[in-house]
Design a protein around this ligand. Structure first.
Ligand code: MN
Ligand code: MN
Length: 295
């Protein structure tokens, strides 16, 4: 890996960490999720990075893929278990990190600590040759020994430039994947613990989109497609980000989804409506272990 690439990854990781710390201090009962994500995304940009995806807010049984918007905002309440998942990138090199906070109460501290210690212990295993299944087995063991379930259909992932899911998945349970970790890989490791069934299901749209394929379409749709492509470079984006790109963005975006030029991520909800906690860091695999980019 070149010095330049390493420098960009390190800076992106540092900005993602700053944004995560800002986020954790600013989740308050009665606060608007939309106001918070706008402030977090501003922290990312004012520190010289761009968003690698919209800030995800997951409250209680919502595990992932919701970002607030003007049309669909939520207010934090006392007792909520709030996950905030943040991506920053510099020149396409991403840092991905998440943490969980409980608003004003301490009913779910052990659930949150289970995800955090699964992350710590699994990061210590990272080295060339470690199989992803062995990492999943460790994450599963740590979470179960705390009395909770890991979410078996969410995974960590390898990352590359402008690519958040570069092929390798890091499961939260033991599986049959014999793939192993290699020096120079950039990995996001993200254990999820839950009081529920240990599985997520897709529900309605959560405000997060990704471009699919360009195709022949009415001119204003093609215009929006290319503006999204040049603004967000293939990374996921928020519907609310498109308002600056075209006056009619929201209806054009719905049309793009209908004709297969874009896809909308479904919100992922715990199947037993259990509370969900998440902890995530990005690491770079070194010759003997790893360097954490987001701590
Ligand atoms: Mn993440
Ligand atoms: Mn991730």
């Amino acid at each position: 890996m070149s010095e330049d690439t390493l420098d960009k990854l390190s800076r992106a990781g540092r900005v993602a960490k700053l944004a995560r710390e800002f986020a954790m201090e600013n989740v308050i009962a009665g606060g608007s999720a939309l106001e918070l994500v706008i402030a977090i995304e501003e922290v990312i940009r004012s520190n010289g990075a761009e968003c690698a995806f919209p800030v995800n807010i997951g409250v209680n049984e919502v595990a992932a893929h919701y970002t607030p918007s003007k049309e669909n905002d939520i207010e934090f309440r006392t007792g909520d278990v709030v996950k905030i998942d943040i991506g920053a990138h510099i020149d396409g090199y991403p840092g991905d990190t998440a943490a969980t906070v409980e608003v004003g109460t301490r009913n779910h501290s052990t659930l949150i600590e289970a995800a955090e210690s699964a992350l710590e212990v699994s990061m210590e295993m990272v080295a060339p040759g470690t199989t992803v299944s062995a990492m999943g087995e460790t994450i599963e063991r740590v979470i179960k020994s705390s009395g909770f379930k890991p979410i078996h259909n969410l995974t960590g992932h390898s990352m590359e430039r402008f690519n958040l899911h570069a092929g390798l998945s890091i499961p939260n349970v033991k599986n049959w994947d014999r793939s192993s970790i290699k020096e120079g890989m950039v990995l996001a490791i993200e254990p999820f613990s839950t009081t529920g069934r240990g599985k997520v299901e897709g529900a309605h749209r959560g405000g997060i989109y990704r471009l699919m394929r360009d195709r022949k379409a009415p001119p204003e749709i093609s215009t929006l497609f290319s503006r999204i492509q040049s603004s967000f470079g293939g990374f996921p984006f928020a519907g609310r980000w498109c308002d600056d790109l075209h006056p009619d963005a929201s209806s054009l975006l719905s049309k793009m989804v209908r004709i297969g030029m874009a896809m909308s991520y479904p919100i992922l909800i715990e199947a037993g409506k259990g509370a969900v906690a998440q902890a995530e860091h990005s690491v770079i695999v070194t010759r003997t272990g790893c360097r954490v980019l987001t701590e």
